[in-house]
Design a protein around this ligand. Structure first.
Ligand code: HEM
Length: 488
């Protein structure tokens, strides 16, 4: 009689051998590229990503720095999924121009986003991108600046209660500002995140993202049949259902509004992105998916970008002085709110935000799945079926492209008429909004929102560094928090 334990071990061994045979080309690639960190059986390098968002970001940084030392590439195994971590723009460009699939890491978000364009397979993504892109025209974005400006005024008013007092974290002010702006321009409703102490929708959204981001990098949580037994899954599903119910109610309300407007021959009210999506050929389900993508992709990213910029302004007072002088040249002593036409005049502020996103890119790492072999200029072939993790954080600090002073905060790099040669010639070396056909659809929106909020604050307050031991602001994977406090 054969022992059942023996049988289990035998089946497991056969499965491992089969898997190694299946992955033989990828294993050869990973050995050719190498990694200084040992990959453990079953979980690969997953053990380095256990812990909270800050721990995960630390692990991503380690792999990014390792890639830079190793000619722009290093190997990373998450379970049986292999990724080449990339910190060289030449390699990133070769992949991002041709490989547009996102792969497993992002697929965990399909539980919430379904086939939303942020994660959808290329055949679904392409037609949706075509439908959504025209809604981000300059004319529509300029109309949104009114919302950014009103919400920025609320943000600045709220800061009055903490100004001149103790050190505080500016993060929650930007994240609620951003949520208010994104919901108003996307959904066409005011969620009052800045005013309410608790919003069930926002709470569900935040908790959902936190749990899913943790699952993304922890292969032991990937197997759905097992994950379904864990308490996190029940919580995740409850949050998702709350989010869906909330969005579905708004969609129904907007459909009714549209019907009434058609009966009354239309009205002049400002249109949200959801209004625009409802005039497209998308079904109700697809509209929900795309609306959620916009809220997810648009809210935290802009908040992180603005919060890091505020922290850096507080630490570099000469840069803040120059931002203030530029604002004074545009607004003088007037108290009027920021308007769309002002934003294009704020060239120095724009350079500051860009330099801040170079050092602290809100989306620090992005993923691609290779659906074909990619032969690199070095002659190495990245193998079909493997993944690529473009480490934007490390790429933006790669001294080969940004010089020996890559770690320094120097906004002049981004001044249009600058004689500064420190800005690299290769376009892909700077990609906070990604690169290639699948880049960020909301980059102008994001820049306008961040500029409006920062301009409003710097006109009213002076940002001072935290009364804590000096420490550069630091990232967390998923939510990239501005952890160094700022005083006003
Ligand atoms: C500072 C602000 C922002 C940053 C840094 C940022 C960054 C990014 C990045 C890096 C990607 C590409 C991910 C990838 O290649 O896998 C992306 C995609 C996307 N972003 Fe943004 N984003 C910002 C703001 C926004 C805003 C405000 C919106 C919309 C309101 C938005 C909507 C999207 C959408 C829809 C995609 C998916 C595009 C596609 O796959 O076709 N983003 N974003």
């Amino acid at each position: 009689m054969v022992s059942p334990y023996f049988l289990i071990i035998l089946i497991w061994l056969i499965w491992v051998l089969f898997k190694r045979w299946q992955l033989r080309r990828i294993i050869n690639l990973s050995q050719a590229i190498g990694s200084r960190y040992p990959a453990l059986p079953l979980i690969g390098h997953g053990y380095l990503f256990a812990g909270d968002g800050e721990g995960r970001m630390t692990a991503f940084k380690k792999f990014g720095l390792e890639a830079t030392k190793n000619n722009g590439m290093t190997s990373l195994w998450l379970g049986y999924d292999y990724y080449t971590v990339i910190s060289d723009p030449v390699i990133a460009e070769a992949i991002m121009k041709t490989c547009l699939e996102k792969g497993y890491l992002m697929e965990v978000f399909s539980h919430l986003l379904g086939n939303g364009s942020l994660i959808a397979p290329v055949n679904i993504w392409r037609p949706r991108r075509k439908l959504v892109t025209p809604n981000f025209s300059l004319k529509n974005l300029q109309a949104f600046v009114k919302v950014f400006s009103q919400q920025s005024e609320i943000l600045a008013d709220r800061l009055a209660s903490v100004a001149d007092k103790n050190t505080f974290s500016i993060w929650k002010y930007f994240t609620t500002y951003s949520m208010d702006s994104v919901c108003e321009t996307t959904l066409g409703i005011k969620v009052h995140a800045q005013r309410l102490s608790h919003s069930p929708f926002l709470w569900a959204f935040e908790q959902y993202c936190r749990l899913t981001a943790a699952r993304m990098c922890q292969p032991w949580l990937w197997a759905s049949p097992l994950y379904h037994w864990l308490p996190q899954h029940a919580i995740l599903r409850a949050h998702r259902d709350n989010i869906w119910n909330y969005i579905d109610k708004i969609i129904k309300m907007k459909i009714e509004e549209r019907k009434c407007e058609q009966l009354s021959n239309g009205s002049e009210r400002d249109k949200s992105l959801l209004d625009m999506l409802l005039t497209s050929s998308l079904s109700e389900l697809e509209v929900r998916e795309e609306t959620l993508v916009l809220v997810l992709a648009g809210s935290d990213t802009s908040a992180v970008g603005a919060a890091f910029t505020a922290c850096l302004l507080s630490q570099y007072s000469h840069v803040q002085d120059k931002v203030y002088d530029e604002l004074y040249a545009v607004f003088g002593d007037s108290q009027r709110p920021v308007e769309a036409e002002d934003l294009s005049k704020l060239k120095y502020l724009e350079a500051v935000i860009k330099e801040s996103m170079r050092l602290y890119p809100p989306a620090a790492v992005i993923a691609r799945k290779l659906d074909k072999d990619v032969v690199l200029p070095s002659g190495i072939t990245l193998v079909k079926g493997s993944g690529a993790l473009i480490n934007i954080w490390a790429m933006h600090r790669n001294p080969r492209y940004w010089g020996k002073d890559a770690e320094l905060f120097l906004p002049d790099r981004f001044l249009p008429a600058s004689s500064d040669t420190r800005a690299p010639q290769r376009h892909a070396a700077y990609m906070p909004f990604s690169y290639g056909p699948r880049n960020c659809i909301g980059y102008q929106y994001g820049m306008m929102s961040m500029k409006t909020a920062l301009a409003t604050i710097v006109r009213r307050y002076r940002l001072l560094p935290a009364a804590l031991p000096p420490r550069p602001p630091h990232h967390r994977a998923h939510r990239t928090h501005c952890a160094s406090n700022t005083t006003l």
